[in-house]
Structure formats: C-alpha cells, structure tokens
Design a protein around this ligand. Structure first.
Ligand SMILES: Nc1ncnc2c1ncn2[C@@H]1O[C@H](COP(=O)(O)OP(=O)(O)OP(=O)(O)O)[C@@H](O)[C@H]1O
Ligand SMILES: O=C(O)c1ccc[n+]([C@@H]2O[C@H](COP(=O)([O-])O)[C@@H](O)[C@H]2O)c1
Length: 193
C-alpha cells in the first residue's frame, strides 16, 4: 500500500486567516499530499511572544477555520514539546510516532528565505521535501532551487496575521479576512482587542 503523504503546515496562526486556509487547501487538493496538518506552534524561535494569544485559543481558531473541510487537520503536537518550537525536533517526534506516514513541509516563500537560520536546516533540507507557496513580494532566495524544494503558484492573498490583529485592535471588521467561524469567535471572545 502507498504510504500516506502528510503535509505539515507549521505556523503561529496568531490568528489563522484566509491566506493560510487558501494555502492549506491548495496544498491538500492540488498536490500529491493526502492531508495537510496545520501545526500550531507555541513559540516561533524567531518571534517575540508579546502579542501571542494563548496556545489553546490559537488552536481553537484553527479548528474552527477547518470545520469539516476534508483533508485538513489541526495539530497540537508542539504543545507537549519544549519551547521555543524547533521544527526539526517536532519532525523527529512525528516520524517516530507515525512510522507509516511520509512528512513534507509546507511554508511560505518568506519562511524559505530564512530557513538557513533554522536549527539543523541542513538536515531538514536533506531529509524532507518542502512545498513552498509564493508569498506576495517575498522571494524564497537561493533555496528556491534546492532539489528538496518545489515552489507552487497558488492564488495570492496579501494578508498577514499582523494585519488582522491590527484591524481588531483598531476596532475594524475582519469579516472575510478570516473564515466566518473565526470572525464570530474573535468577536465573541474579545481576543486581540
Ligand atoms: N497571506 C498568506 N498567504 C500565504 N501564506 C501565508 C500568508 N500569511 C502567512 N502565510 C504563511 O503561513 C505560515 C504561517 O505564518 P504565520 O502564522 O506567521 O502568519 P503571518 O500572517 O505571516 O503572521 P504574522 O503577521 O504574525 O507574522 C508561514 O509559512 C507563512 O509564510
Ligand atoms: O526550527 C527552527 O529553528 C525554526 C525557526 C523559525 C521558525 N520555525 C517555525 O516555523 C513556523 C512558522 O512560524 P510563523 O511564526 O512564521 O508562523 C513555526 O512553526 C516556527 O516554530 C522554526
């Protein structure tokens, strides 16, 4: 039987937005992947924790965003690992736990451009395939042509979690910037206000 192909889309998802969902769904339905797991990272090693909502709140929003969408899943695997969240360590845990699955990384071209600074980047590039999604105005740098990297052209959306957080703080609507269920929950909970 063919091994199940899982795409891992790591992110702070602070909060998850429509750009993330377009990317996750594109990778899950238009490439050789069987599923995409959206892995919520408690703490990106490169980002300040300052405006970061609680892990469980961010995970809940990702679960709401996914709803019943086929092939998409939310993962909390990093919640039980040391912080900050080093991707190589998470990959080792997942490989060990799911021996029948093949894991591929999914990332935006902005993250590819700084991948060389990640912990054990050389091992990540040697042992894993990486599916990259072009982010407006952000090229992936030299690694775009690495043999482990495939760059996909998917619909572009100029949107960031920072922009969504700023909208909320300034009292503007985020409807359509995030999935409906996420917009409702953000309004109800007062998160990022
Ligand atoms: N609009 C977008 N379109 C496609 N990919 C995106 C978009 N925004 C973020 N990504 C990708 O999603 C992943 C997780 O990103 P992250 O959670 O940091 O979102 P972000 O919107 O960039 O957040 P922030 O503004 O807080 O830095 C990264 O690989 C990033 O490249
Ligand atoms: O492993 C590393 O060294 C490393 C360095 C920078 C970022 N990452 C991971 O990359 C993912 C994307 O982060 P973010 O905040 O841009 O959504 C998140 O899971 C981080 O933990 C991982």
């Amino acid at each position: 039987m063919a091994r199940r192909q899982i795409g891992l889309f790591f992110g702070s998802f602070n909060p998850v937005h429509t750009g993330h969902m377009i990317l996750a769904n594109y990778m899950a339905t238009r490439t050789a992947l069987d599923e995409v797991w959206m892995v919520v990272s408690p703490q990106n090693p490169f980002k300040k924790a300052g405006s970061l909502a609680r892990d469980h709140d961010r995970l809940h929003l990702v679960e709401l965003a996914i709803g019943e969408t086929p092939r998409l899943k939310a993962s909390r695997v990093e919640f039980d690992l040391p912080k900050p969240s080093y991707t190589i360590d998470t990959l080792a845990v997942l490989r060990d736990k799911y021996r029948d699955y093949d894991f591929t990384l999914i990332m935006g071209s902005d993250n590819l451009a700084s991948l060389h600074k990640w912990k054990n980047a050389d091992i990540i590039l040697r042992d894993y395939r990486i599916q990259v999604y072009r982010r407006p105005g952000q090229e992936g740098g030299e690694l775009s042509t690495h043999p482990s990297v495939t760059v996909y052209d998917a619909p572009l959306m100029q949107l960031s979690a920072t922009y969504v957080r700023n909208c909320i703080r300034e009292g503007h609507s985020v409807r359509y910037l995030v999935p409906d269920a996420v917009a409702e929950e953000l309004e109800k909970s007062g998160l990022y206000r």
